[in-house]
Ligand binder design. Sequence first.
Ligand code: SF4
Ligand code: SF4
Length: 473
Amino acid sequence: MNNSKQTPKEEEFRDHLATVTEEGKRIWIYPKKPGGKFHNYRVIVAIALLAILFLVPLIKVNGHPFMLLDILGRKFILFGVSFGPQDFHLFVLAIIGMIISVFLFTVVYGRIFCGWICPQTIFMEMLFRKVEYLIEGDASKQRALNKRPWDGDKIFKKTLKHAIFAIMAVAIGNALLAWVIGIDSLVELISKPIPEVFGKFMAMVIFSGVVYFFYAYFREQVCTMICPYGRLQGVMLDPNSIVIHYDNVRGEPRGKIRKGVEQNNGDCIDCHLCVDVCPTGIDIRNGTQLECVNCTACVDACDEVMVKVKRPTGLIRYASKNEIETGVRKIFTPKAISYTVFLILLFSLITYLLATRSDFELSIVRTAGLMAQEQPGNKLSNLYDVKIINKTFNTIPATLELENMEGEIKLLSGDLTLQPQGIAEGKFFIILPEENIKQLNTPVEIAVKANNKIIDVIKTSFLGKVKGRKATK
Ligand code: SF4
Ligand code: SF4
């Protein structure tokens, strides 16, 4: 979305990235230290999110992780409840719900996710960049340090910075790994000799290495070149989306303040501060650009300038293009309403499925290809396969009982014990007196009990004898 009065010449900024030269070389961005109301709010949000990242893996419920996202092992624990591959449909629905939520927020509030929640922005701006400012100083000092020959001070500062970056990368890599393998496995990984835990150790090295590379070198390029969400902005945003916007109606024509000279300029004093603080190197005054991660640094910078020059703040602010042009804020557009309705329906479905989700999943089927077998005492038997998935963390003895008639159930394995988060499989006979079998297919009901409580009643059938044909012995 451009500012309406831009000429094709002024639109040329869209033909190239602010971080790449015409020869294709990278332009290293030195954003000025941000500060102000929005930055302070973002610091609070970042602390909360970092606390979640580092502390949640430490929380246990009855000895089990509160949250675990073991993708390779296909074991998930969310808020203390265990989920397995059999709950895949719930995951698919939850992921669709999350994606639509992000879309909905983008349609209405632009890239609020990027600026406030995205791990890339949080780690970069709230951890790594802060350390950089602390050691190397603000943008101008960093630029000067990089241009300087390698003297003792530069070697010290660079070594210190990258050592701290590496420590932070390992800490973040370990925290991410703790979400995947659990804190106990992580402690085991750290305490055991490397050859014994080589696979997990390599996972930790890769996690930490990627984190270090992203924040020490790759930085804003993740947002401007890799992130697919950034690429989708063009189709998700509309003129009513609320994004970080420069108020060109109020700001233009921009011009520096000249004391004693009568001017007819807008409120933008062309101080360039909004560009200097931008971590992606863009000029928000050109209009909404996909490089803008809505980090609010330019809002704070411009507000500070406006206060100094005694003009109203909010020249750069959260606003929609239509709001800037018409002065009317319209949030609930038909697009936003339809997304919201769909989202409510989807989350209602997920809530229903979660509420009605059982701790067990089971199936009982008659073993294929077998006839009824004759048993001593004028009895007939059928062979069945049973499979029970235990989603709980407990070891549970399971039993099978005939519900709707007299008869016997004989487990071939002796007993049926459900291991924590395990799958128990077995075979059993149903043995019925011949006089009870009046037809070829006799309906039978089998009560499956766990800890002596019925968890399900399975309806199946018992195959009798066909007249004139003998059962097998
Ligand atoms: S910070 Fe504000 S006043 Fe300064 S150039 Fe940017 S928009 Fe104009
Ligand atoms: S334009 Fe403003 S909000 Fe967007 S990335 Fe740059 S500083 Fe952040």
